[in-house]
Design a protein around this ligand. Structure first.
Ligand code: SAH
Length: 359
């Protein structure tokens, strides 16, 4: 499988010239035949990484409670879209819906949209949601609709492509993938393909810096804002990322929970980079939305009542289950696990405070 994709990428480069890293990332993750997400299920212990919803049902249940609050602040509309971007195995949505089922009026109002490019994962999501009382539809991108809209996305933004840029000798370069003589792939920093309007103020970038840009993520923020503002709404995004824009690249490949060479086996490793939450915050604010956070996953989940939820589930459980719950809490919120690396941000069309952000 990977050899096939590597060969096709080399052929593409032979025809079109060096490939910007952002395009390489897009192909490796989303190629309809051999892409990392489109050709397999990458999650879990046996897979390459484990996401928060796969660690514990408590994650999705607390997010379900957050969504109930958002729906109420929208005036409890009798018809409302609930969109999930990049829903993986469908676990987060299933756990959210379990919480929401405590509010039958909200459950009855929901039309669910799963935005997903992977046929393998769509099949898993369909299985997971087969007993759902809500209408569920699948689509490849977020559409605008004349309905109040709730959006949730966990580890979605980081899968959108990133451009690695370099300022050197008073010029801006962009990292590209080239074909090497030994039938492999290599990196080369070549003149930037991004339009000048997508670049930050040239003079403000120090010489010899490497930095990341993602017009694709910015475009997604604009699409989200547009979807929310038509009839009102709220979006909640969780991802691993940073608040202070850094120099240097965070682009990396992960296979079996370990970093690997991103050029070695295209389509067989996850390619990601940290999400710039300050860029997200600025993007939503510039479009007139109220921004909540960014905050850490630790503060968000503790503020939402993770410990109380774990205590409640543990009270009626045996010792083995209690230990599992304790381990899950540690993985989700400990600073040396997911607690501080993962950040949470929300954007709403209403002014009220939202739970989880200490507002
Ligand atoms: N939210 C899930 C999965 C995160 S992995 C969880 O927390 O477990 C990223 C998800 O986004 C996968 O489901 C992947 O197939 C999907 N995805 C990646 N790029 C996408 C794109 N451009 N459009 C829609 N879905 C995408």
């Amino acid at each position: 499988m990977s050899e096939n994709l590597k060969q096709r990428i080399r052929e593409d480069i032979a025809i079109n010239g060096p490939m910007p890293l952002s395009r390489y990332m897009n192909i490796c993750l989303g190629d309809p035949q051999d892409g990392y997400y489109t050709s397999q299920d990458p999650f879990g212990l046996a897979g390459d990484f484990t996401t928060a919803p796969e660690i514990s049902q408590m994650f999705g249940e607390l997010i379900g409670a957050w969504l109930i609050e958002a729906w109420e602040k929208l005036g409890a509309p009798t018809q409302c879209r609930l969109v999930e971007l990049g829903p993986g195995r469908g676990t987060l949505m299933a756990d959210c819906l379990r919480s929401i089922s405590l509010k039958p009026k909200m459950l009855a109002a929901l039309q669910i949209e799963m935005v997903e490019i992977s046929p393998v994962l769509i099949a898993e999501q369909q299985k997971k949601l087969s007993g759902s009382q809500c209408a569920v539809r699948w689509c490849e991108q977020l559409d605008a609709a004349e309905l109040p809209t709730l959006i949730v996305a966990n580890e979605f933004y980081d899968a959108l492509p990133v451009h690695v840029m370099i300022k050197s000798n008073s010029k801006i370069y962009e990292r590209h993938v080239v074909a090497t003589d030994d039938d492999g792939l290599g990196f080369s920093d070549l003149p930037a393909t991004l339009p000048k309007t997508a670049l930050p103020d040239f003079n403000k970038i120090p010489e010899n810096t490497v930095f990341e840009l993602s017009p694709e993520r910015h475009q997604m923020t604009q699409n989200l804002a547009k979807a929310l503002t038509i009839c009102g709404g709220a979006a909640l995004m969780i991802d691993y990322g940073f608040l202070q824009p850094k120099s240097g690249t965070t682009f990396q490949a992960l296979k079996n929970h370990q970093p690997v060479d991103p050029l070695d086996s295209p389509g067989n490793a996850d390619l990601t980079s940290l999400v710039d939450f300050t860029a997200l915050q600025n993007g939503f604010q510039a479009l007139g939305l109220n921004v909540h956070g960014p905050t850490s996953q630790m503060d968000f989940l503790l503020n939402l009542g993770l410990l109380e939820r774990a205590g409640h589930l543990g009270a009626a459980a045996d010792q083995v289950t209690r230990t599992t719950l304790q381990k899950a809490v540690t993985r989700l919120v400990a600073p040396d696990e997911m607690g501080t690396l993962f950040k949470v941000i929300a954007a709403t069309t209403f002014n009220d405070s939202m739970p989880g952000f200490g507002e």
